[in-house]
Design a protein around this ligand. Structure first.
Ligand SMILES: [Zn+2]
Length: 76
């Protein structure tokens, strides 16, 4: 049982010198050059969410600072 078996260490994505995209499973390009790169879309979505969250946090911080300055004014 030595012949006909694929040797270990061979990469399935480069069988026969062809590239298989791990994003859409099509041959001829890889995931980085994929036109419908799901990873890139995902990253963009995450970036948007992070931006939105940091914006909200900043607004909350500004409101808190305004409240704090109001209180200190009253005390003075
Ligand atoms: Zn692809």
């Amino acid at each position: 049982r030595e012949e006909g078996e694929a040797p270990k260490g061979i990469k399935m994505s480069k069988v026969g010198g062809q590239i298989t995209c791990s994003s859409c499973n099509r041959t001829g390009h890889n995931m980085k050059s994929c036109t419908n790169n799901a990873a890139a879309t995902k990253h963009h979505g995450n970036a948007h969410i992070v931006r939105e969250r940091s914006r909200k946090r900043k607004l909350q911080k500004e409101a808190y600072e305004a409240e704090t300055s109001k209180k200190s004014k009253v005390m003075c």
